[in-house]
Write a protein that binds this ligand. Sequence first.
Ligand code: DX5
Ligand code: ZN
Length: 218
Amino acid sequence: MDHLVSPSLLAADFGNLQKEVLMLNKSQADWIHLDIMDGLFVPNISFGFPVMEFVKKASEKPLDVHLMIVDPDRFISRFHEAGASVLTVQYEACTHLHRTVTEIRRLGMKAGVALNPHTPVSLLQNILPFIDMVLIMTVNPGFGGQSFIMESYGKITELRKMIDSGAFNVLIEVDGGIDTKNAARLTAAGVNVLVAGNSVFRAPDPTDIIRKLKSLEI
Ligand code: DX5
Ligand code: ZN
């Protein structure tokens, strides 16, 4: 399949959120990535349901929601009601991950599992049959605008082999420090979904960067 592009709203201008979402609607973006941070799992707080519900109303694209929160089970149905199509939880925040992803799917959303940079992909072996996506964090979660961790390529290659050898229907998403310079190498390594925050929203022409991330033109 062709890879997908999921611009991360965290880097958007929140004073002009409507304009930013309309720009994404007109662009080649496939999904809109929403980062939910609770100040506990990560040392930052982003935004919550009122913002997400507004984005849902304005957006024509599926919402790709990345929960960086402890005990995400408390809020799965709220995120479903608020319009999430893809709901990703952090591996490190879930004691009963199978229960969590089963509930996400039961509500009709795609279930994703995100790994911090230190968490090995081998830990996913027994959950791959039950999920739709793995998000490999290519920076430490909590902030936009950080540098891509080069060692992530090894994790992507290893995960791609695990998925292919088991013929699992699981997408690989990467998040953190993604730009037009590393996008082609990432998709060649087997990535299916590129999340990009600062490289899109801080560019003079965000629509053109999204086009380049789709076409892999540098
Ligand atoms: C970081 C978030 C990312 C962030 C990426 O914790 O999960 O989605 O918005 O931002 P950039 O692309 O600027 O690294
Ligand atoms: Zn994210």
